[in-house]
Design a binder for this molecule. Sequence first.
Ligand code: PGA
Length: 251
Amino acid sequence: MRQPLVAGNWKMNGSKESIQALIGGLKAGLSSGADAEVVVCPPAIYISETKVLLEESSIVLGGQNLCDHAEQGAFTGEIAASMLLDFGCKYVIVGHSERRALYGETDALVAEKFRVAYDAGLKPILCVGELLEERESGQTEAVVARQLDAVLNMDGGVAALADSVIAYEPVWAIGTGKTASPEQAQDVHAFIRQRIAEKDSGVAAKTRILYGGSVKAGNAAELFSKSDIDGGLVGGASLIVDEFLGICRAS
Ligand code: PGA
């Protein structure tokens, strides 16, 4: 059995005040527990503040990004895996489509970040997903396969996936209010699991695959009811207490 996971990606949003209110609301709302493992990924500068606010709660911390160099050193503006661990992060998002599109992250760089995170003891949340024009031209599976293979074909990549998370996030559904239908999402999730199974069926059965792209309290239950959808990676709705609680409870 795969434990459902709901991760909130706050992106570049928040202030000390808003984060206090958000965590306060989530802690109160989740005090009776949720079946899902709940993760929040604040902007790096707020990780330490969020860690303090999360005391006595089961909510887990994650980073949004990390440096592709394992060793600390002269990499201005970067954050090492060891630093995320130092502040109690368990997860880290790698290869989010915004990193790929806006900051030029290639499949190879994303795979390197995945490896550095995993080797350090973080659980990577590897994001994959196609652009609208790629879906419309029938390339969804080819694109997702290419992004996934960059990690699957690394030395030790398959084994690492057993203990990592994949997030299928169609780029056309991110922040647009346009969600993939549960069937569209399930098809791609099944494709991802099958591709892992071709290497190792035991790993494929264990890997959690999240859906991301305009997940809300109102559509989460239907998405999460699909057999290969193990939870969600949530952007906008993770900043709104009632929305995020609704999604956590839907899993
Ligand atoms: P969204 O973002 O929920 O705002 O669509 C999802 C994501 O980017 O992870």
